[in-house]
Design a protein around this ligand. Structure first.
Ligand code: AMP
Ligand code: ZN
Length: 330
């Protein structure tokens, strides 16, 4: 590594990007990362200069790097932190996000799952019919959308990186979940009741966002969520990393070529009919939204009257979630 030179300026390199067969010095690496984000935003027309962006920040490297990048690029980007109640892990995450917001003097919206909705993620995992990760994901999508709409943001940005997207695509492909595959896109346009959602880091690998956060001196939570051990997403990431180690570029090939060449083949025409959830008013394909149903189940409450029966059955199906939460069309 010591002998490598920066591809851009020929100074000694500090970061190697194997899949591009390139290395960069600190400044040029930051330039490279920024260029990838600018390209992602432009390619999918993710955000305009006047859009108000709500960045969902977990306290991990990706979302804090994203917030840093968007602010640096001059966007109007505020943060949203959702307290999931996962013990020490969540309290440290909250501290890190608050410190970042304080340093940059930017607005941070905080939502506490237990305070607002009466349950935390560890309890939800034990009580409901969904896995811990499923109910956590459901809660995040629900709260992100609600917060964006309540506070008048045009778009929600998340820190999903290339590794996340490649692993998700691998999982969806192994099961040929064609509807999920069709919706796995770096931008999901706004529609009735749903704010636009964007993933500006989809071109950057996890190592790259980690290197960026480190070089920028961003303090972030390094530990994984303690509840995630054995999670299938992690196993798919491991599998992709094994392929990547012998054939650098596999991950990017898999996901970026999907976007360019395969995604159009999966685009569906299904126009699921959305109505307002009778409990909370958020859009849903059923009488009550998936979040309200999960919440009722966790808290041991009944939702609605006797006509609730079909809804309870639908509640057991994870299949309804993405349609409800992302809307029908990608
Ligand atoms: P994950 O689902 O943990 O892989 O996180 C995906 C993205 O969701 C992150 O990059 C963040 O943008 C966002 N996110 C995850 N957890 C939180 C949280 N507790 N509060 C706000 N945003 C979060
Ligand atoms: Zn609801």
């Amino acid at each position: 590594m010591n002998r490598m030179k920066c591809r851009r300026c020929k100074a000694p390199a500090v970061v190697e990007v194997r899949r591009h067969n390139a290395a960069f010095c600190r400044d040029c690496f930051e330039h490279y990362v920024r260029a990838q984000v600018v390209r992602a935003i432009a390619h999918y027309d993710m955000v305009g200069p006047d859009d108000r962006i709500l960045v969902a920040v977990s306290g991990g490297k990706d979302s804090l790097a994203l917030w840093d990048l968007l602010l640096d690029l001059g966007y109007r980007a505020d943060g949203l932190y959702l307290g999931l109640g996962i013990g020490e892990y969540s309290s440290r995450s909250g501290d890190v996000v608050r410190a970042f917001a304080g340093e940059r003097d930017t607005r941070l919206i905080e939502v506490d799952l237990a305070g607002e909705y009466g349950f935390d993620v560890p309890t939800a995992g034990k009580k409901g019919s969904r896995s811990t990760c499923a109910v956590c994901g459901l809660s995040k999508r629900y709260v992100f959308n609600k917060a964006a709409r309540d506070h008048g943001y045009d778009v929600i940005a998340t820190g999903h990186n290339l590794d996340d997207e490649a692993a998700t695509l691998l999982g969806n492909t192994l099961r040929w979940q064609t509807e999920y595959i069709a919706r796995q896109f770096p931008v999901l346009p706004a529609e009735e009741g749903f704010a636009r959602k964007v993933k500006p880091l989809y071109r950057l690998s996890e190592l790259e966002t980690a290197a960026y956060a480190f070089l920028r001196g961003i303090d972030y939570v390094v530990e994984e969520c303690p509840l995630v051990a054995g999670n299938t997403q992690l196993r798919y990431k491991d599998a992709m990393n094994q392929l990547e180690s012998t054939s650098p570029g596999t991950k990017a090939q898999f996901f970026l070529s999907y976007l360019d060449r395969a995604a159009p083949l999966f685009a569906t025409q299904d126009d699921a009919h959305l109505t307002a959830c009778e409990r909370c008013g958020q859009p849903t394909t059923a009488r009550f939204c998936a979040f309200c149903r999960a919440r009722a189940q966790i808290l041991g409450e009944r939702l609605g009257g006797p006509s609730n029966e079909p809804v309870v059955i639908a509640d057991l199906s994870e299949e309804v979630m993405p349609v409800e939460l992302y809307g029908a069309n990608p």
